[in-house]
Design a protein around this ligand. Structure first.
Ligand SMILES: NC(=O)c1ccc[n+]([C@@H]2O[C@H](COP(=O)([O-])OP(=O)(O)OC[C@H]3O[C@@H](n4cnc5c(N)ncnc54)[C@H](O)[C@@H]3O)[C@@H](O)[C@H]2O)c1
Ligand SMILES: [Zn+2]
Length: 263
């Protein structure tokens, strides 16, 4: 049976890191994932410690030019076409890379936010990451001497001595602390955004999960809820997921190849 025959009624798509691996962005848990050199950024650690923020932004300053240059792949492009043709009604992504929009998808709900945006923790002002990049480079030109290796979340690997005198820019409006507008480990998806995402999931007959191990509860909850509500759950993922036993159908295949069959 083909993927198309399993997509009944209205379709809401939930994507994860596996949709972007073909673009060159490593996932966390797939066979191509690199062993992580350090644990993911913890929200409370970031908010509570200036030294954590300095390390984060120093790595991010070196990693951002590469991260922002990644291009969408066949999976992102297929999803943009499926939106345009009306076959996919809602697209919720756990990714923070902006590649769905770059491929032309118009209605994307970024569940975990976007690395392209920066938010002030004091006044909530949003600014573009590129603008902060200019300020980071102006203030810390010597950091460029350190070579960098990209991590999945867009930061680079650096020894402590490289970041010791790093100066982190403050919010231009109020002097507050700046944070990438993404949901770090230990933080919650903002309530209005979660409500909107759940409404989009509820609106479908089929929930199609693409390239996500669903290890993170924030994504897994959509499967649990769909089950409770009697909706269909279809997975396309290479390797095991947390929902293998819960879904109606699973295709263990490359997401780009699977979506190409829907055209
Ligand atoms: N691109 C990004 O923005 C990015 C990258 C890494 C992590 N993250 C964040 O970390 C969390 C990771 O959870 P997750 O479930 O999204 O990712 P995950 O790394 O836990 O799972 C990705 C899954 O996709 C599978 N996969 C990889 N390439 C595939 C392909 N071409 N076709 C089919 N399957 C493929 C892997 O085997 C794995 O099971 C998310 O919350 C996300 O915000 C984001
Ligand atoms: Zn501010």
């Amino acid at each position: 049976m083909s993927l198309a025959s399993h997509l009944l009624g209205r379709v809401t798509v939930l994507t994860g890191a596996g949709v972007s691996t073909a673009s060159g962005i490593p996932d966390y848990r797939g066979p191509t994932a690199r062993p992580r050199k350090r644990p993911p950024i913890d929200h409370r650690d970031f908010v509570g410690h200036a030294s954590t923020r300095a390390r984060y932004w120093a790595r991010s300053m070196l990693g951002w030019p590469r991260f922002r240059s990644f291009e969408p792949n066949l999976a992102h492009q297929a999803l943009a076409r499926l939106e345009a043709s009306g076959r996919v009604h809602h697209l919720i992504t756990q990714n923070v890379d902006g590649l769905h929009q770059k491929a032309g998808s118009q209605r994307v709900l970024e569940l975990h936010g976007s690395l392209a945006q920066v938010r002030c923790l004091a006044c909530s002002a949003l600014s573009h990451r590129d603008e902060l990049q200019r300020r980071l480079l102006e203030t810390n030109p010597r950091l460029l001497e350190w070579t960098a290796a990209l991590q999945p979340d867009g930061d680079a690997d650096l020894p402590d001595e490289a970041t010791a005198d790093f100066v982190v820019p403050e919010c231009l409006a109020c002097g507050g602390v700046l944070k990438p507008d993404v949901v770090f480990f230990g933080d919650n998806v903002p309530a209005p955004r979660l409500r909107q995402a759940l409404a989009q999931a509820d609106d479908a007959q089929t929930l199609l999960v693409l390239g996500s191990s669903l290890t993170v509860y924030s994504g897994f909850r959509f499967v649990l809820r769909a089950r409770e509500r009697g909706q269909r759950v279809v997975l396309v993922n290479r390797g095991p997921t947390r929902a293998d036993e819960l879904c109606d159908w699973k295709l263990d295949e490359d997401v780009g190849a699977a979506l190409a069959t829907l055209d």
